[in-house]
Design a protein around this ligand. Structure first.
Ligand SMILES: Nc1nc2c(c(=O)[nH]1)N[C@H]1C(S)=C(S)[C@@H](COP(=O)(O)O)O[C@H]1N2
Ligand SMILES: [Mo]
Length: 261
């Protein structure tokens, strides 16, 4: 994934290089990828984005548009039946890393007794949820790899409610485009509906068989093994089903929105 560098004014090579990276990274078919890598030029960037590259702002706009186009392509290429790899218990990374936009000394502590999960937007049943009600639903467990854009990956074990079960239970409009999440810190993110309904997407309540500890997102996180780490919100407080593009904490700063892993 890309962490946008500060692009010097109209450095054509840098612009094309980043545009290629944005477009090419997630295009799995080698022929399509080669096509983009061979044919993309500065003029192509302008053409693809419909922007004239006259200043830094227009370059930013062009690259953002290409990144959104890339979201669409990733959406097309996403196979809802393809499973992320799973691993044996012996391969779990211990200790599993902590990460957030703040340090571990600032981890949010959510009080279980007062906690209520809110469900809003295009859902039939907007009742709030307590943790024990989620624990009473069928639970699933999986060992998968978490990949962070900051350059590390780790294998962990999460358990909880299949998110598709949850969405069906609340009568979500599964033809809506997005599901968004607001967290107990200032974090927020959103995913496409196909990924929300993917069989491995979990509303995770446990880590390694134990109640999810605060650092890993108590009371719950969305565990999405088909997406990069920043698409896995911890400390979820509000879940919303919507057709209005919700963005995300890192996505709004330039990380690619689809964020497939
Ligand atoms: N609420 C919240 N969720 C978050 C983040 C955050 O800062 N706040 N960081 C994301 C990023 S970038 C990563 S890599 C993972 C880290 O999860 P971990 O602490 O379980 O390793 O959480 C994701 N979800
Ligand atoms: Mo991350």
């Amino acid at each position: 994934m890309f962490n946008r560098p500060n692009i010097p004014v109209l450095d054509g090579e840098a612009i094309v290089k980043e545009a290629r990276a944005i477009l090419g990274r997630r295009i799995e078919q080698p022929s399509r990828r080669r096509f983009f890598q061979r044919t993309l030029t500065l003029g192509g960037v302008a053409l693809l984005s419909g922007c004239s590259l006259s200043d830094n702002d227009s370059v930013e706009t062009a690259l953002a548009r290409i990144s959104r186009f890339n979201d669409t392509v990733q959406g097309w290429l996403f196979d809802p039946a393809k499973l992320a790899p799973t691993y044996p218990e012996a391969m779990i990374t211990r200790p599993f890393p902590f990460n957030a936009y703040y340090g571990e000394d600032e981890v949010r502590h959510v009080d279980e007794a007062a906690y209520r999960l809110e469900v809003t937007g295009l859902v039939a049943d907007k009742r709030v949820w307590r943790l024990d009600q989620l624990r009473a639903m069928a639970q699933a467990d999986q060992i998968t790899r978490h990949i962070c854009v900051e350059g590390w990956s780790a294998i962990g074990r999460w358990g909880g409610v299949k998110f598709s079960d949850f969405l069906h239970r609340v009568g979500a409009d599964t033809h809506a485009r997005y599901v968004s999440f607001k967290c107990a810190d200032d974090y927020y993110t959103s995913i496409d509906m196909a990924t929300a309904l993917h069989p491995q997407t979990l509303l995770a309540l446990t880590y390694d068989g134990q109640t999810l500890p605060p650092k890993y997102g108590f009371p719950m996180k969305l565990r999405v093994p088909t997406k990069l780490g920043y698409k896995n919100p911890k400390h979820i407080q509000v879940i919303s089903v919507t057709n209005t593009f919700p963005g995300g904490y890192w996505e709004d700063q330039g990380y690619n929105w689809f964020g497939g892993s």
